[in-house]
Design a protein around this ligand. Structure first.
Ligand code: ADP
Ligand code: ASP
Ligand code: MG
Length: 439
C-alpha cells in the first residue's frame, strides 16, 4: 500500500483535481490519498478566525461569503452530473452553514481549530464527489477518527497505527482511501491540527503507521531544490537525500516539507518521494536511508529567529551553568535551535517570542542578557559536509561581506548553520548559490 499526498496547489483548481484523479488511478497498488485544503483556503480561514478573535463579525462574515462564492464556482466547474453536483453544493452549504453559526458563538481557541479544519474537510468531500462522478471506487477515511496528538501536541503514532489498521481492516475490500491532511484530535478530544503545512506530516504518519511502500508528496515543484526557488533565481532539483539531510532542510526552512514531517517515515524506513503534479514524469527527489553522495546538497533559511546571549564571568569554570540556562528554556517549553559557547558567554537562538519576557527575566540573575530579534538561520546541508574538502573555505569566502552573528558547526556531519540579520537573508542565499553551487 502506498501514500500519496497532494498539496493545496495540486487540488486548488478543478482541472488539477482531474489530474489528481488520473495520478491516483495510474496503477493498481492500494493507496491512501491525503489531501490539503484548496490553495488559499487555510489562509482565508486564518483571516476569518482573526477577525472573529478581534470581535469584528462583519469582516468575518464578508470573508466567509467571499470564500463560499469561490467554492460554489469550484463545484460548478468540477462536477457536471446533476446528482454529484447537488452533492457538491450540499457539502459547501453544510460547511458554510457551520461557519455562519460560528459567527454567533463567542470565540475560543477550540473554535479557531474548528474553523481551520473546514478547508481539508471541504477539499476531500468535493474530491470524493468528483471520483464518484468518474465512477472511481473509493472510500473517505475521516482523519478525525484516527489522527491524534497528545497533551504536548505530539502525534501518537502507536494509537494512530491501531485505529488506522482497524479502519482499514473493516473496509478491506476497498483499494482507494481518501483522507484529510493537517487535521487531528487533541488530548481533550477536540478538533486540532498539525500546524501550517501539516498535511505532509499526516502523510508521513500514515505511511509509518501502515508501513507503506512509499510516501509520495505531490506538489507544484519537481522536488527539493538546492536553494529557495522563491528567493534565488537559478536552483536545481536534488535527486537523492538521506532522511537526516531532508529533516534538516525541512526544519531549517525548506518550505516544500513540513518542519518535522520526516521522522515518522524515517522511523519505519519508508522512502519519501517529492513529485510534481504538473510534471508527473519528472524524477523528483527520493528521500531514504541512502544519502547518495557526499558534499553540500542544499541551503535553506529559517526566519523569525531571536538570538539570546547570556554573558557571565561566573560561568568561568562553573560546571552546571549550562544546565541552569537550559532549564529556563525547558520550563517555558521553548526549544533551542542553535547554540554556541565561549568561556564567559553562551548564545542560543529560539524561534518564538511567546515566553521571551519570562525567559529573559529568569536568565537575568545569571548575567547580562542581550536579545537580538529579526535574525535568520541559514543552514548548509549535505552528507559528511564537515569532512568535505574546501567546504568551510568556500562557505566563508562566499559570505565575506555578510555580518554573520553566529556559526554552528560540528553538531552533526550534515549541517553547518549561520545566523544572519534577516535583512541579509536574500543576499546570503544568493552568495551561497554562487559560491557553493556555482549557479
Ligand atoms: P503544497 O501546497 O503542495 O504543500 P508548499 O507551498 O507547501 O506546497 O511547498 C512547495 C513550495 O515550496 C514550492 O512552490 C517552493 O516555492 C517552496 N520551496 C521553498 N524552498 C524550497 C526548496 N528548497 N525546494 C523546493 N521548493 C521549495
Ligand atoms: N492546509 C494546511 C495549510 O495550508 C495544511 C497543508 O496544506 O499542508 O497549512
Ligand atoms: Mg506544504
Amino acid at each position: 500500500m502506498k501514500v500519496m499526498k497532494f498539496g493545496g496547489t495540486s487540488v486548488g483548481k478543478p482541472e488539477r483535481m482531474h489530474q489528481v484523479s488520473q495520478l491516483i488511478t495510474r496503477d493498481t497498488e492500494p493507496k491512501i490519498v491525503v489531501l490539503s485544503a484548496l490553495s488559499g483556503t487555510t489562509n482565508s480561514l486564518v483571516e476569518i478566525s482573526n477577525s472573529l478573535a478581534l470581535g469584528d463579525r462583519s469582516a468575518a462574515k464578508q470573508k466567509i461569503d467571499k470564500l463560499e462564492a469561490h467554492y460554489q464556482g469550484f463545484v460548478n466547474e468540477l462536477l457536471l452530473k446533476e446528482a454529484t453536483r447537488a452533492k457538491g453544493f450540499a457539502v459547501v452549504s453544510e460547511h458554510f452553514e457551520f461557519l455562519n453559526i460560528i459567527l454567533r458563538i463567542s470565540f475560543s481557541e477550540a473554535l479557531n481549530k474548528d474553523i481551520l479544519a473546514q478547508g481539508e474537510l471541504l477539499s476531500t468531500k468535493l474530491f470524493s464527489a468528483y471520483l464518484e462522478e468518474q465512477g472511481v471506487d473509493h472510500m473517505l477515511l475521516p482523519a478525525l477518527e484516527f489522527m491524534t496528538i497528545d497533551q504536548n501536541e505530539e502525534p501518537q503514532l502507536g494509537s494512530i497505527k491501531i485505529k488506522l489498521s482497524q479502519l482499514l481492516q473493516q473496509n478491506n475490500q476497498k483499494k482507494l482511501f481518501i483522507t484529510q491532511g493537517y487535521i487531528c484530535r487533541n488530548a481533550r478530544g477536540e478538533v486540532d491540527n498539525l500546524k501550517r503545512g501539516g498535511s505532509d506530516y499526516t502523510a508521513s504518519l500514515i505511511a509509518a503507521a501502515i508501513h507503506a511502500s512509499v510516501c509520495e508528496i505531490w506538489t507544484d515543484i519537481d522536488g527539493m531544490h538546492n536553494n529557495d526557488p522563491r528567493i534565488v533565481d537559478k536552483t536545481n532539483a536534488i535527486e537523492q537525500l538521506s532522511f537526516d539531510e531532508a529533516a534538516e532542510l525541512a526544519y531549517f526552512g525548506a518550505k516544500i516539507l513540513h518542519p518535522t514531517c520526516i521522522w515518522p517515515a524515517q522511523l519505519e524506513n519508508v522512502p519519501v518521494k517529492l513529485l510534481n503534479t504538473m510534471q508527473p514524469d519528472a524524477n523528483g527527489t527520493v528521500i531514504s536511508k541512502e544519502a547518495g553522495s557526499t558534499g553540500v546538497k542544499a541551503v535553506a533559511a529559517k526566519d523569525g529567529i531571536i538570538a539570546i546571549k547570556i554573558k557571565s564571568s561566573r560561568m568561568l569554570l562553573a560546571y552546571g551553568f549550562l544546565r541552569k540556562v537550559f532549564e529556563v528554556f525547558e520550563k517555558y517549553k521553548t526549544s533551542i535551535d542553535m547554540i554556541t559557547t565561549s568561556e564567559v558567554a553562551v548564545s542560543v537562538t529560539i524561534d518564538t517570542d511567546i515566553a521571551l519576557k519570562e525567559i529573559v527575566k529568569e536568565l537575568e540573575p545569571f548575567g547580562t542578557v542581550d536579545v537580538e530579534r529579526d535574525q535568520t538561520i541559514v543552514s548548509i546541508v549535505g552528507n559528511e559536509i564537515a569532512q568535505t574538502e574546501d567546504v568551510l573555505q568556500k562557505l566563508f569566502n562566499s559570505v565575506n561581506e555578510i555580518p554573520v552573528t553566529m556559526v554552528s558547526y560540528g553538531g552533526s556531519t550534515h549541517n553547518i548553520s549561520l545566523l544572519v540579520p534577516s535583512s541579509y537573508k536574500t543576499k546570503t542565499l544568493q552568495l551561497l548559490n554562487k559560491g557553493l553551487f556555482g549557479l
